[in-house]
Design a protein around this ligand. Structure first.
Ligand SMILES: NC(=O)c1ccc[n+]([C@@H]2O[C@H](COP(=O)([O-])OP(=O)(O)OC[C@H]3O[C@@H](n4cnc5c(N)ncnc54)[C@H](O)[C@@H]3O)[C@@H](O)[C@H]2O)c1
Length: 304
């Protein structure tokens, strides 16, 4: 495949670039910044520039697009809802329009578990209505609907992946797993504000790459929306107990408080993507934390 990847300098994008290249695909990675890293392969294009995106897709002979570029969480641009709308909704429309005009065969859109909002004690299945509790969640819902509409109106074959809470290298937003690894390496205690019964749906970046590949490679797409997660919902106490034997010197103190994304989400059903696209996560939390810690050791301190 010849893949154009937006958000190529981000958490999911960096992992996916490696995975696509390792699998023999040609990747054009675009982003509006390299986040200060030396990254000569990265092409600088803003999601606002539909014409430039189209030009690159045509020049690269793009057969598939993965759209990771976004303001990537409710906590990333708090107080700037119109920026989220412009980047995530208009930006997604620009990517879809460029793909349509360039004759791209498949678009994979990174949506989010955030579309389900504060759902409570129910199982989150793709057939549920979206009830986002943030402009970010609403922007992901709108993105999904644009994917669906471009498919229905223009025949652009697209799919949205509702991804859980991703951890891994190059994450810039707050992440307790990253904090635990960094703090332990620096000899610091990690203090985590949380509610004891709050459930986290962490998924390793490599599993997200594998799910995206499954969506890219499927001959046909039986559905336009899939949940992507690890299959586990864990409390912070359980997460710390899993991490303890894997992170040398880990010291954690849980204090009363709330996560910065505090939607109550109990069970996240990942059976549709297993059934229809043959994707199953391979990294339970213990394996993901071990992979993360060893990747950080290889890259040196401060590289989370
Ligand atoms: N990280 C998570 O926990 C998570 C969970 C669910 C869904 N997602 C979605 O997955 C996708 C990738 O997330 P991520 O964690 O890699 O985020 P990230 O913030 O690490 O990467 C997103 C990239 O998009 C780029 N970008 C932002 N605005 C842009 C613009 N105007 N023009 C060009 N590039 C722009 C950023 O520079 C960044 O490198 C996003 O759509 C995000 O909403 C992420």
């Amino acid at each position: 495949m010849k893949v154009l990847l937006t958000g190529g300098a981000g958490l999911i994008g960096m992992a996916l670039r490696q995975r696509l290249a390792a699998d023999g695909h040609a990747v054009a990675a675009v982003d509006h910044t390299s986040h200060g890293r030396d990254d000569p392969a990265l092409l600088r294009i803003d999601l606002a520039d539909a014409a430039e995106l189209q030009r690159l897709m045509e020049q690269h002979g793009t057969t598939a697009v993965v759209h990771c570029g976004a303001i990537s969480g409710p906590m990333m641009a708090r107080g700037r809802p119109l920026d989220i709308v412009a980047t995530n909704i208009t930006g997604t429309a620009n990517v879809l329009e460029a793909a349509r005009l360039a004759g791209v065969a498949r678009v994979v859109f990174c949506s989010s578990i955030s579309v389900y909002g504060n759902a409570g004690d129910v199982t989150l299945g793709e057939a549920m209505a979206a009830h986002p509790t943030s402009v970010y969640g609403a922007s992901k819902t709108a993105g999904e609907q644009l994917v669906e509409a471009f498919a229905a109106e223009y025949g652009l074959d697209g799919v949205s992946l509702r991804i859980g809470r991703v951890y891994g290298q190059y994450r810039r937003g707050n992440c307790v797993i990253k904090s635990m690894i960094e703090d332990a390496a620096a000899g610091r205690e990690t203090v985590i504000p949380c509610a004891t019964d709050f459930l986290y749906h962490y998924v390793w970046q490599g599993d997200v790459s594998a799910a995206i590949l499954a969506a890219l490679s499927a001959k046909t797409l039986p559905s336009r929306v899939y949940n992507v997660g690890s299959g586990a919902a864990l409390t912070m106490t359980q997460i710390v107990e899993i991490a303890r034997p894997l992170i040398a010197g880990l010291r954690v103190r849980l204090v009363p408080g709330a996560d910065d994304v505090s939607d109550v989400q109990t069970r996240f059903d990942i059976s549709r993507i297993a059934r229809e696209l043959d994707f199953r996560p391979a990294y339970p939390l213990a394996r993901g934390i071990a992979a993360y810690a060893s990747a950080l050791r290889e890259r040196g301190a401060g590289a989370a």
